[in-house]
Design a protein. Structure first.
Length: 149
């Protein structure tokens, strides 16, 4: 098991977080929570809400944080998925890049298990060493979230 060295943030105060997971897992809501404001559309829906790769940036505790909210890989055709993965790779250049695998508690699926393997094949690099699993409680109910200034 390897651990993320937080000391790397002081050497390079740029952090890119790539949100991965299936539709409805709470990727967009997690991105909003990390950034402390509603930057991504997040709502309960039977159809995918995030259909294009979206990016939001904000300084958090002195670190420039870029959150990349991407569609579920299984919702895309191969060419579109490849374009989104390349865009993520480009956005991660010049800083520390961490992949957040967002999983709804009680709903772990084969697709979520295979997502890291699919990305490693596409990126031709071992991203498991820079991946964090984020468990959410995405109940399907819309929630009003307020952020402190």
């Amino acid at each position: 098991m390897r651990f993320l060295n937080v000391g790397n943030l002081t050497k390079n105060p740029k952090l890119a977080l790539v949100l991965l997971g299936e539709s409805g897992s709470g990727k967009s809501a997690s991105g909003n929570t990390i950034l402390g404001q509603n930057m991504f559309t997040s709502k309960a829906s039977s159809a995918p809400v995030t259909t294009e790769c979206q990016v939001a940036e904000k300084a958090v505790c002195g670190t420039q944080v870029t959150v990349i909210d991407r569609p579920d890989l299984s919702d895309e055709d191969l060419q579109q998925a490849d374009e989104h993965v390349k865009k993520c790779r480009d956005l991660c250049r010049g800083g520390l890049c961490v992949y957040l695998l967002v999983i709804q508690i009680g709903r772990f699926t084969e697709g979520e298990r295979d997502i890291l393997e699919m990305l490693e094949k596409t990126l031709q690099t071992r991203i498991r060493d820079r991946a964090i699993i984020l468990f959410t409680f995405a109940s399907g109910k819309e929630m009003q979230v307020s952020f402190l200034p």
